[in-house]
Design a protein around this ligand. Structure first.
Ligand code: PLP
Length: 392
């Protein structure tokens, strides 16, 4: 059996991380993987999460099996977080707890394959490295559409032109905020145009929202999703608690379907549950129980999240100021506007390799860097190295 397996090279991101770990230079800098890092280079556990874990340890609840949809209170709180307290759309939403944002994407991929097997899923170019593999693994066709910056938002005309072949029932995957890898987010006007496009072409949006709270705030970052939900009969959403609760390895997320009416919700949920049942049966309880306590201390959570967001945004500003002050090409100033942790440096793969080889600065060959991997003290050195490799 095993000799029939395809021969695979290491995953590009994890392979590069292994290369970073093997690099003996003490001054090396890791801007590869998409996790938040603080000024000491650590990925901290939020205080609100530590407190929740203490409470859970003290009560030591039962580990008996949970329902197939996971933790019902978590599902209800996630739905409110995504759609807004008191939103009328809450009435027509079905949400099920998933194994991280990835689990939500795959569950929705399986759901699309079941409900609309010939659908093409349209993913952004550039895009998240795992989108295409997830939807192809679900047996769906995947094609790309262009995602480029224009003024305060994205170039919607270019995006729509590249969607010329989209057919009714196809799925348009959009990053809800903090686009990975480009950091380019739609403006409010762009979201309105996206909604009009989906309505006109009968295309179903799937919002992947893995960085809620990392752009402008918990409500602000959900504005695009909420606009689509108000404007369209059907919206799919994959949400992650990995980054905004720092629960990365505890694997918590949610798949939400906002349906045309509440009458179809019970059967929609049963289908989602059934897809999970044949895979992992039910999602793990622990992180959902933590999240419920975090939701009950929402002000503290929002404050900790704001500190994270402000650190990344101040690093971004200092980085751009420094690049400008030492004469880096003007194209680097586009980074100022980006939201969240990522940006694509306007450098070629060869220049990214030189950054690694000559300066010990590790980003992906595509130019993607995680701004949160910078420490303020590193910025002059990183900016200087970038100017050197950008020169030839
Ligand atoms: N979607 C995007 C755009 C991401 O960047 C990520 C993680 O990096 C995910 C989904 C998956 O998140 P999770 O770690 O919760 O599976």
């Amino acid at each position: 059996m095993l000799h029939h397996l395809p021969i695979l090279s290491p995953d590009p991101i994890w392979g590069l991380t292994a290369e970073f770990q093997a690099d003996p230079r003490p001054e090396k800098i890791d801007l590869i993987v998409g996790v938040y890092r603080d000024e000491t280079g650590q990925t901290p556990t939020l205080n609100v999460v530590k407190e929740a874990e203490r409470q859970l340890a003290a009560t030591a609840g039962s580990k008996a099996y949970r329902p197939l949809a996971g933790n019902a209170a978590f599902n209800a709180s996630m739905t409110r977080l995504l759609l807004g307290d008191g939103a009328s759309s809450l009435e027509r939403a079905a949400t099920i707890q998933t194994v991280g944002g990835t689990g939500a994407l795959r569950l929705l991929g399986d759901f699309i394959k079941l409900a609309q097997p010939e659908a093409t899923v349209w993913t952004t170019d550039p895009g998240y490295i795992n989108h295409r593999p997830i939807f192809e693994a679900a047996g769906l066709h995947v094609r790309d559409y262009h995602w480029r910056q224009q003024a305060e938002g994205i170039d919607v005309e270019l995006a729509f032109n590249s969607l010329a072949d989209a057919r009714p029932g196809d799925v348009l995957l959009i990053h809800g905020c903090c686009h990975n890898p480009s950091g380019i987010d739609p403006s409010a006007e762009d979201w309105a145009e996206i909604a009009a496009f989906c309505a006109k072409r009968d295309v179903v949006p799937l919002i992947d929202i893995a960085y809620l709270g990392f752009g402008l705030g918990l409500d602000e970052d959900a504005a695009g999703l909420r606009h689509l939900v108000e404007a369209l009969p059907l919206v799919l959403c994959a949400a992650s608690c990995s980054k905004n609760m720092g629960l990365y390895c505890d694997r918590l997320g949610a798949a939400m379907i906002v349906a045309p009416n509440s009458g179809v919700l019970a059967n929609t949920t049963r289908n989602l549950e059934n897809l999970g049942r044949t895979n992992y049966s039910m999602p793990p309880e622990h992180a959902a129980a933590v999240a419920n306590i975090v939701f009950s201390a929402k002000d503290q959570w929002a404050a900790e999240l704001a500190a994270i967001r402000n650190r990344v945004s101040s690093l971004r500003t200092t980085f751009c100021d420094t690049l400008e002050s030492i004469g880096a090409p003007a194209s680097f100033q586009a980074l100022r506007q980006h939201k969240g942790m990522f940006s694509i440096l306007p450098l070629s793969p060869a220049q990214m390799q030189r950054l690694r080889a000559e300066h010990g600065i590790y980003g992906s060959n595509t130019g993607r860097v995680n701004i949160a991997g910078l420490r303020a003290a590193d910025i002059p050195m990183v900016a200087d190295a970038i100017v050197k490799v950008a020169a030839y």
